[in-house]
Design a protein around this ligand. Sequence first.
Ligand code: FAD
Length: 332
Amino acid sequence: MEAKTKDLWVLIETKEDGSAQNVGLELLNPGRMLADKQGGALVAIVIGNNVDESVKAASAYGADKVIVVEGEEYQRYTTDAYATALVTLVEKYGPTSMMIGATPHGRDLGPRVSCRLQTGLTADCTALDIDEESGNVAWTRPAFGGNLMATILCPDHRPQIGTVRPGVFKKADPTEGKAEIIREDIHVPADQIRTKLLESIKEAAGELVDLEGAEIIVSGGRGVGGPEGFAPVKELADALGGVVGTSRAAVDAGWIAHAHQVGQTGKTVGPKLYVACGISGAIQHVAGMSSSDCIVAINKDPDAPIFDIADYGIVGDLFEVLPILTAEVKKL
Ligand code: FAD
């Protein structure tokens, strides 16, 4: 389809209680930059039930306009109801581009919507910009098994759609918010929703680690040498009030649970402080932590690639360095 406006849309994914998932609010931040470069408005799309809190948040985090679709059929995510609502809105307003969080729901919704609109979708992006020559959104994502970062343009179809990983961008500072609120009355009859929730069974939670929400992460990689090698990593994490992260090499070796893994096939994190201990800095690991505010690397190989992105580097044996750091932190 042809775009009717230069507007950039961000889907604010809502939870069952009507509040917003963080990722939508995060995306308003790069969304502002992209919308300004495109010369259009930054529009937040809120679909759900009793979503006043999400609407307020979208306005506070920078949207120029918020388009709201509310109804009981949107309380819990279903592909049919959400895809119908979003496609109806896109056909009416014709934005030039649209971003969706790469959450389980976003990863389901994005392809469905792009297929119905006969446009492209760049999935799982980790960086965004505008291609100066063509004016298209430049969507960057890991490709070829994560061995390189590909930048993808969608020149011929509108809207350009991308899903973007949670945690890659930080939320802007909130303001009072003065977005124009537009309410759209779109309802999807029950017989057009082909799935329904019969029962919700909570499995006993495995090891829970809030890497994405953590402000401090101390990560150990293959350099820790075995499961017991995580002890000094955890001691520093505890002293700093942070959590333990890891690389895939240590997870694959069975030394620590996958819940701790940072990187392309693990979590994407953006803490204030990321301490990488015995981690070489492979592209797939870096893809998950490079937006950290401050990166400290401890590695005995001075040529380890992790030093290329570190703000502070310590060349040394982690088993000697970590106890010294922990002791110093405890003195504070
Ligand atoms: P290594 O690369 O083996 O590095 C160990 C480092 O420890 C070395 O630099 C060494 O000098 C240092 N060292 C050793 N002993 C000490 C010591 N005593 N003190 C200090 N330093 C020491 N990786 C991820 O991490 N996350 C992902 O999500 C991920 N996804 C992937 C997806 C795909 C499709 C593929 C192909 C790979 C993926 N990988 C991922 C794997 C990635 O390519 C690397 O293999 C992995 O990150 C390496 O982990 P590492 O840095 O711990 O180990």
